[in-house]
Ligand binder design. Structure first.
Ligand code: PLP
Length: 319
């Protein structure tokens, strides 16, 4: 279905697959379980990790439909907003970000001064539409989208978090020959698109464990929209109170992990996942000899914004 498509000006689809690194971390040394990390965070400096995977076939589709503009949704520190802005700049699309929080638009200059994500997106040329939290909740409704269609010229709509069938197809490419040796594959979960791709492309001996970064049980049903396989489960213990919430314990963990392994984790997704994996290893949830592969889905652009917020509250920050 995609094979005759080619980017006119192609940067993104030529990205090579990411490396796999075995991790030496003091807290898990004595449990007889190995942990490796697939460094999707290194895939591209600005469109990192799973956001690149999720955009790839959406960009091809947008080109095929001759769209000149990408429109998408996100929160004020969203990795997805940053990725779409960057991809638009690289591949010559105009970009529009519908961002949660109408107060952010009251004084845009001030907002951009303290919010590095929106500042970056703006520098990439993204145009913002700030909406109230209640309007934002209606963003998938037909009325809301019809209003956007009246307001803006013809656009290609990338859903929140980028998840749709094209995104899942892109995420199926995260696993490869080189990941066959692993029996357990772990990934952070937001909207469920990334884990759906992994579930679809996993070998029969592989089990996928998802670590939701947010509270709630609706995710299982979202995932079932993209897959019928049963080789997966979600743990609900490691969301740290909800989306974007952190604790000192989590920050201390991320800093220690970085000091020992040289791998930077983000506080919203991958930090919670690796914390969860380490905790499960300590609780002997994996039998001896298990080879675990954790997918580093990126998200490092969010650290600066998170630190700004933490500093204001006089809390510990990421090193
Ligand atoms: C968006 C994101 C996720 C979640 O991906 P979904 O496909 O929405 O589940 C995980 N990790 C990072 C770093 C992300 O930016």
């Amino acid at each position: 279905m995609f094979k005759n498509l080619k980017f006119k000006k192609i940067l993104l689809p030529n990205i090579k697959n990411s490396i796999i690194q075995k991790v030496q971390f003091s807290e898990i040394e004595k449990f007889g379980v190995s942990l490796s990390i697939k460094r999707e965070d290194l895939i591209h400096p600005d469109i990192s990790g799973n956001k690149y995977r999720k955009l790839k076939y959406n960009l091809l589709q947008a080109q095929k439909e001759n769209k000149k503009t990408l429109l998408t949704f996100g929160g004020a520190y969203s990795n997805h907003i940053a990725a779409v802005a960057s991809a638009g700049k690289l591949e010559n699309f105009k970009t529009i970000g519908v961002v949660r929080g109408d107060e952010l638009g009251d004084d845009l200059e001030k907002t951009l001064n303290y919010n590095p994500t929106l500042k970056y997106a703006s520098e990439c040329g993204m145009q913002f539409k700030f909406v109230s939290r209640s309007d934002y909740r209606k963003k998938s409704s037909r009325e809301f989208i019809a209003d956007l269609e009246t307001e803006f010229e013809d656009f290609y709509l990338v859903p929140e978090g980028g998840t749709n069938e094209f995104a899942v197809k892109g995420c199926e490419e995260i696993l490869s020959e080189k990941t066959n040796q692993f029996d357990t594959i772990c990934v952070a979960v937001g909207t469920g698109g990334t884990i759906s791709g992994l579930i679809n492309s996993a070998k029969t001996h592989q089990k996928i464990i998802g670590f939701p970064a947010l509270k709630g049980s609706f995710l299982e049903n979202e995932i079932k929209e993209y897959t019928t396989r049963k080789n997966w489960l979600l743990t609900s213990e490691y969301h740290f109170g909800g989306y974007g919430k952190t604790s000192d314990e989590l920050i201390i963990f991320i800093n220690k992990f970085k000091r020992e392994t040289n791998i930077q984790l983000d506080p919203v997704y991958t930090g919670k996942m690796v914390f969860g994996i380490v905790d499960l290893i300590k609780k002997k949830a994996f039998r001896k000899g298990t080879e675990i592969l954790a997918i580093h889905t990126g998200g490092l652009q969010g650290i600066e914004g998170m630190n700004t917020v933490l500093l204001k509250k006089n809390r510990l920050i990421l090193e």
